[in-house]
Design a protein around this ligand. Structure first.
Ligand code: ZN
Ligand code: ZN
Ligand code: FE
Length: 761
């Protein structure tokens, strides 16, 4: 393995406790070069050297902290080696100009110890917290961060709490959410009518009993409600699926501790660090070959991975003392709506979903969903950036313009570009419901208020009909429009601390192209002053347009039509053809022939859907990307055979990646009854081959992989390894998601480049 450089932003009480000498010593032990410096929120450090040693450093750092230090956050980013030598301790990087709002931090070991100590005054108190842990972003109403500016303002501290709060030597000195059983919030267990069944400790015990009886529990957590059910009990999990109208999408799990996670999944040291971090995200882990604990099939049907998180609120820890088994812990919302935060609202929203409601009276100022992350090729990649991370900044170049980036339409998140940093909001969701749009507007206005931020420009997607675009245009500010895939590519570069030039391989479901067609399988040559569409997947038609997102068989028919015209729509031995009746096929054939409601697209996402459909995996989907996910699952661990051929053809100065030979080979494999995992693996390998072939043709040394398709680990790992083997520098996402949740960061980067050339008056 070549050398790697790792930057770590460390937040917490790490100044004046010997942290920098500790980092120096640890780096020395591992033979790493680098530096460490204090900054406003804690410390920043870089280490460089042997790739394995760098990872050991990251794992040991939080585990071996000097006494009296406490971490509230740790964000690692891998960077290209810069030839660091020796180790330096710098004084300080200078303070940030803006106050930083911390994210919500998982309960710390000291607080948990008190909660379990019968002699402690906070014994079994579910709102125990201190200056090193507890809620932050989800309770802040205004800055400066002070008790009166949080949702804790309604509770008057008792004398004992006030004593701790005012004592500079106490762990709770100025801990704004400080509370105890005498003066703080309380829990209650409600039935579906909102009648109180139990209070305090008895509510927790009764909730635990309800779980063991197969009931669905709505739990008010830190940033919103979760829905809990016994993950071993198929009846409970299927009831939750039925009531939430969530047929197949995998559920996340919460397990009581690391040991319980190890009993379900195989995890390496990096994954374990992430799982047990103070950010406490859901981590996608590989199921153990021979698990010592089991969850029932309906939790994540057919998926070789499980999304697992550890308890992060003290209340969760108490619940696991009553019910020690894995639980499904999924967002407390109705399919695509934002999560519920208020107990009265939840009673309405989740009336038909939950049997019982475990609530408390500490208000949640804003919905902050659980974050989702994975370790890919030895690096962390966030797939949903929310609790534990939002609204922390991503470092950016100094002197950039102040812009508001409004993101896209799906998986929306917004960003504020400040000097030297881009604040990325929590995941807001798909802007297809009124509630989500309201959350979008509210998130923007509160973030702007909190940071006293007045943007000089607003940046949005090129798509004219996105809610976010229309909002951007309504502000009366200069508007910068950024093409969707251009933003993806710049987001990936910014995420890796880089700027153009690069080749951006940006693959997703859809994004508006400047030619007013639907793009989605793009290779963009990105330069500081813009981009050129260097190559793309060959276009095909989607009969019924948007309907194809939920019907992979339509994508397949669109491709078959390209391969063999109307006749191909009668190849009844193929699953997508057989999945339609003859009259439907005639209608679809006419639509394709005349180009009626059959937009042309270069979408890689829809190409995956078509392959999954032809492989016989899935004809209709219950969530976007389901068919592609199943194809990825089928390919996971399958022997890597020869990839299907995707030759490059040049047409009018643009390179076209032609999928026709690949699909002909795929169809003949299917007709020869080749096993699905083989077909799936050959399809992935073929696309990886195409990425490398285009990269060679483009000749850019740096290749940035972005877009929702690169959540697919088989594709991402395959592309990273093949690009490296071919001598390219492969970049992928780390701190923001490759999906549209990362768009706002790319939009902010684009605006910085545009406005650097032509600043607003
Ligand atoms: Zn604590
Ligand atoms: Zn108190
Ligand atoms: Fe996208």
């Amino acid at each position: 393995m070549p050398n790697e450089r790792l930057r770590v932003a460390v937040r917490g009480a790490v100044q004046g406790v010997g942290f920098r000498p500790f980092v120096h010593r640890l780096a020395g032990e591992l033979g790493l070069a680098g530096w460490v410096a204090n900054d406003a929120g804690g410390a920043v450090l870089e280490v460089e050297g042997d790739a394995d040693a760098v990872r050991r450093f990251l794992v040991r750092l939080p585990a071996e902290l000097p006494p009296h230090s406490a971490l509230t956050g740790l964000e690692p980013t891998f960077l290209a080696p810069s030839g660091l030598e020796g180790f330096e301790i710098h004084a300080s990087l200078g303070g940030a100009k803006t106050a930083t709002i911390l994210p919500d931090i998982a309960a710390c070991p000291d607080c948990l110890r008190e909660m379990r100590d019968p002699r402690d005054r906070r014994y079994r108190y579910p709102f125990v917290n201190c200056a090193h842990c507890g809620p932050r972003y989800s309770i802040i109403e205004a800055l400066p961060y002070d008790r009166a500016a949080t949702t804790m303002k309604r509770w008057r501290m008792c004398a004992a709490c006030l004593g701790e709060y005012e004592n500079p030597g106490d762990r709770r000195f100025h801990a704004q959410p400080i509370a105890c059983p005498d003066c703080g919030p309380r829990v209650e267990l409600w039935n579906g009518d909102g009648a109180v069944l139990a209070r305090g400790d008895e509510a927790v015990r009764a909730a635990g009993r309800a779980l063991s009886q197969g009931r669905v529990l709505a739990v008010k957590g830190v940033g919103g409600f979760q829905l809990w059910a016994d993950a071993r009990d198929p009846a409970a999990v299927l009831a939750l699926r039925g009531r939430k109208a969530r047929r197949d999408k995998p559920f996340a799990l919460m397990v009581r501790d690391r040991e319980a996670a190890r009993a379900l999944c195989d995890l390496d040291a990096m994954e374990e660090r992430l799982l047990a971090s103070s950010e406490a995200p859901i981590v996608l882990l590989r199921r153990a070959a021979d698990p010592r604990a089991r969850v029932c099939d309906p939790v994540a049907p057919g998926n070789p991975r499980l999304g697992v998180m550890l308890p992060h609120a003290p209340l969760h820890h108490l619940l696991f003392e009553e019910f020690p088994h894995p639980v499904v812990a999924t967002s407390g919302n109705l399919s695509e709506e934002p999560i519920s935060t208020d107990e009265r609202r939840a009673l309405e929203d989740l009336r038909d979903v939950a049997d019982l409601f475990l609530v408390h009276d500490r208000p949640i100022a804003r919905a902050v969903d659980d974050s989702v992350a994975a370790v890919v090729e030895g690096r962390e990649m966030l797939l949903r950036r929310a609790r534990g991370y939002a609204p922390l900044p991503i470092p950016a170049r100094e002197g950039g313009p102040r812009v508001l980036a409004v993101g896209g339409h799906l998986k929306n998140a917004v960003a504020l570009a400040l000097d030297r940093a881009v604040l990325v909001s929590q995941h807001i969701g798909d802007l297809s419901t009124e509630n989500a749009c309201e959350a979008f507007r509210r998130t923007i206005s509160t973030l702007q208020d909190l940071y006293d931020f007045r943007p000089e420009a607003v940046v949005c997607d090129l798509h004219p009909d996105y809610v976010s675009t229309r909002y951007a245009r309504s502000l009366g500010l200069p508007v910068v429009e950024v093409q969707h895939h251009h933003a993806h590519a710049l987001s990936c570069l910014a995420d890796n601390g880089l700027e153009p030039p690069a080749l951006g391989v940006t693959w997703d479901g859809s994004g508006w192209g400047p030619d007013r067609t639907v793009w989605g399988g793009e290779f963009l040559r990105v330069a500081p002053d813009g981009f050129v569409r260097f190559a793309h997947l060959r276009a095909f038609s989607l009969p019924g347009g948007e309907a194809a997102v939920r019907e992979p068989r339509r994508c397949a028919l669109g491709l078959l039509y390209e391969l063999g015209g109307r006749e191909a729509l009668d190849w009844e031995d193929l699953a997508p053809v057989a999945a339609f009746g003859a009259p439907e096929r005639r209608t679809l054939g006419r639509m394709l022939e005349r180009g009626l409601s059959s937009p042309r697209t270069t979408s890689a996402g829809r190409l995956f859907d078509a392959a999954a459909s032809l492989a016989g995996l899935r004809q209709t989907a219950t969530f976007e990307g389901q068919a592609a996910l199943e194809l990825e699952c089928a390919a996971t661990g399958a022997p890597a055979g020869a990839g299907y051929p995707f030759p490059l053809v040049e047409e009018g100065g643009v390179v076209i990646v032609d999928w026709e030979p690949a699909f002909r080979a795929l169809i003949s494999d299917v007709r020869a009854a080749a096993p699905v995992p083989v077909v799936a693996a050959r399809f992935h390998a073929g696309l990886v081959g195409a990425v490398v072939a285009v990269a060679r043709r483009a000749g850019e040394p740096r290749v940035a992989l972005s877009g929702g398709c690169f959540q697919n680990r088989v594709l991402l790992s395959g592309a990273v390894r093949a690009l490296r083997a071919a001598g390219f520098e492969a970049l992928w996402h780390q701190r923001v998601p490759p999906n549209d949740g990362g768009l706002a960061l790319g939009q902010a980067a684009a605006a910085a480049l545009v406005l650097r050339e032509a600043p607003c008056a």
